[in-house]
Write a protein that binds this ligand. Structure first.
Ligand SMILES: NC(=O)C1=CN([C@@H]2O[C@H](COP(=O)(O)OP(=O)(O)OC[C@H]3O[C@@H](n4cnc5c(N)ncnc54)[C@H](O)[C@@H]3O)[C@@H](O)[C@H]2O)C=CC1
Ligand SMILES: [Mg+2]
Length: 339
């Protein structure tokens, strides 16, 4: 009965597309591809693919612009053959989404193949994702973030953590199943808070030693088990800069692939009146400072990471426009300049 209902539901999908919005019908189509291995296998043969090598995405440069190409299935079959792989390798792909015309989009890592040969056949370069993020716009970066996080999760969950037996991925990559006892594992994300602390006239940005030179960002930190988002904001600000938050307000969220896969939950926070003395936690941060609206407005006007050659020394700069940190800084600065 269940199977009959499932099949009827699946059969009903294309005709129902006439009555519901494109978005809803695409989401139903994707749900079907995630749940149904046969449908997803079929979608692989007409889909398009973002390619990675050892988790570094393929990028192509045309004039001064970097793009992230989607390679068609037929082109990919041809390249796999030239790299000595069988067509079956396509099933290592993970499903990302689908186009407005229901063509499925996947990501595939060619890490077991020769990198230089793959780059030459694909006329592109596999670029470290952190570097790629500084060269791309928001839409491309968000797609790469999702793709790399999913590929990484599969790559690091080859065995069941309970039985030690190998796990198999379903065709879409929405889960892995233990070959011994059937336990299902789903891709995981860690909740991370990111908060822009303000004293009413300035806001606080900080940098870690590992950040690129000159870059400052909002305070961020992983949520502890058992904590609410508000508690995590309170604790992280106290831990990292020794200040006490009096209120915080949710702003937005963003998926972030580093160091594994995080859901960044962004907020604006205020400190207790008069509490503005920063006590830096030197295990976590290299520096933290208060910045005024003028200084931030200037940083927002700069499009990209400043070049050393142009500027002599690297001035203060903030994360790229599509990052949630940038969005928080922009919102705060716009609000201050309206006042
Ligand atoms: N998208 C954006 O605009 C921004 C994103 N971020 C991201 O926020 C994340 C968290 O920021 P941090 O200041 O590094 O966090 P953090 O302040 O919690 O410190 C990191 C330390 O937390 C510990 N930790 C606890 N749970 C962890 C987990 N699930 N995974 C890894 N480490 C864990 C580790 O000891 C690690 O060294 C980073 O991944 C960073 O890339 C940071 C700033 C801007
Ligand atoms: Mg932190």
């Amino acid at each position: 009965m269940y199977l009959l209902l499932r099949n009827l539901k699946r059969l009903a999908l294309p005709s129902s597309c006439r009555f519901i919005s494109n978005y809803v019908s695409r989401m139903r189509h994707l749900f079907d591809l995630k749940e149904n291995d046969e449908a997803c296998r079929k979608a692989l043969s007409s889909g398009s693919f973002l390619l990675f090598h050892s988790l570094s995405p393929l990028m192509q440069k045309t004039e001064n612009k970097y793009t992230v190409p989607f390679v068609t299935a037929s082109e990919l079959y041809r390249i796999l053959r030239k790299l000595g792989q069988k067509e079956k390798y396509l099933e290592e792909s993970v499903l990302l989404g689908c186009t407005d015309s229901y063509l499925a989009q996947f990501a595939l890592d060619l890490g077991i193949m020769e990198k230089a040969k793959a780059e030459s056949l694909l006329q592109g370069t596999f670029v470290d994702l952190r570097k790629a993020f500084l060269l791309l716009d928001g839409k491309n970066a968000q797609m790469l973030s999702q793709a790399q996080a999913l590929l990484r999760w599969h790559n690091t969950h080859l065995y069941c953590s309970k039985t030690g037996h190998p796990m198999q991925k379903n065709v879409s990559g929405s889960r892995r199943i233990c070959s011994s006892n059937g336990t299902i594992y789903y891709p995981q994300m860690s909740p991370v808070i990111i908060t822009l602390v303000s004293d009413g006239t300035r806001c606080l940005l900080a940098r870690q030693e590992a950040f690129p030179s000159g870059m400052y960002s909002a305070l961020a930190g992983f949520c502890d088990i058992g904590e609410t988002v508000e508690q995590a904001v309170h604790r992280e600000v106290a831990e990292e800069v020794g200040l006490e938050v009096s209120s915080s307000k949710y702003a937005a969220s963003q998926h972030w692939p580093f160091p594994n896969s995080s859901l960044m939950i962004a907020s604006h926070a205020m400190v207790q009146p008069g509490q503005i003395k920063i006590t830096l936690n030197q295990f976590e941060l290299e520096d933290a400072r208060w910045f005024g609206a003028e200084e931030l407005a200037e940083a927002l006007r700069r499009e990209r990471m400043p070049s050393k050659k142009e500027m002599g020394t690297i001035p203060f700069w903030i994360p790229p426009p599509w990052t949630i940190a940038h969005q928080l800084i922009k919102e705060w600065t716009q609000q201050k300049q309206l006042c």
